[in-house]
Design a protein around this ligand. Structure first.
Ligand SMILES: [Zn+2]
Length: 162
């Protein structure tokens, strides 16, 4: 299973050489992690206990890691350990490409959400059209009725050859 960072605009994983960190068990710290992700991803659901959801090391200040000085000196970069009370604070910066893709995604979401409300005016337009047809049919009928029932018209020479 690929452990890809759940933070918006961040595609880091253990495959990209980043440290990945499971959501902490402590409910208070865990909630802060969830809130951090939700800042940019409103639809993000708090992961379950067994969830493999991770946040990569890029979202934590250096002092969130024990042994970060060792890492800075080039020792044991992979061995830096996230402190149990660490909370992510650094949001990912999207690339211009990601911003575009995000916009398209959002637009797509808006477009798929729209049919509901946009159907209504279409329906009412169709209704208006039908109404026009009905009215014109009605007037035609009325004209026709008056034409046929009008004794003057029926007496006109040439109108109704018998
Ligand atoms: Zn990340």
């Amino acid at each position: 299973m690929s452990k890809r960072c759940v933070v918006q605009f961040c595609g880091n994983s253990c495959f990209t050489g980043h440290s990945t960190h499971r959501f902490p068990k402590d409910p208070v710290i865990r909630r802060q992690w969830v809130r951090f992700v939700q800042t940019k991803r409103a639809d993000f659901q708090p992961p379950s206990e067994k969830s493999q959801a991770v946040i990569c090391g890029a979202h934590f200040e250096k002092d969130c890691f024990s042994g970060h000085l060792m890492a800075e000196m080039g020792f044991g970069l992979k061995k830096t350990k996230l402190k149990p009370e660490a909370v992510p604070t650094i949001q990912a910066t999207p690339t211009p490409e990601q911003v575009e893709r995000y916009k398209v995604k959002r637009l797509g979401a808006v477009l798929t959400e729209e049919p509901g409300p946009s159907k209504a005016p279409r329906k009412s337009r169709a209704y208006a059209k039908r109404e026009v047809h009905r009215v014109s049919a009605c007037t035609q009928y009325m004209y026709g009725l008056s034409f046929f029932s009008c004794p003057i018209n029926s007496n006109l020479p040439g109108q109704f050859p018998i």
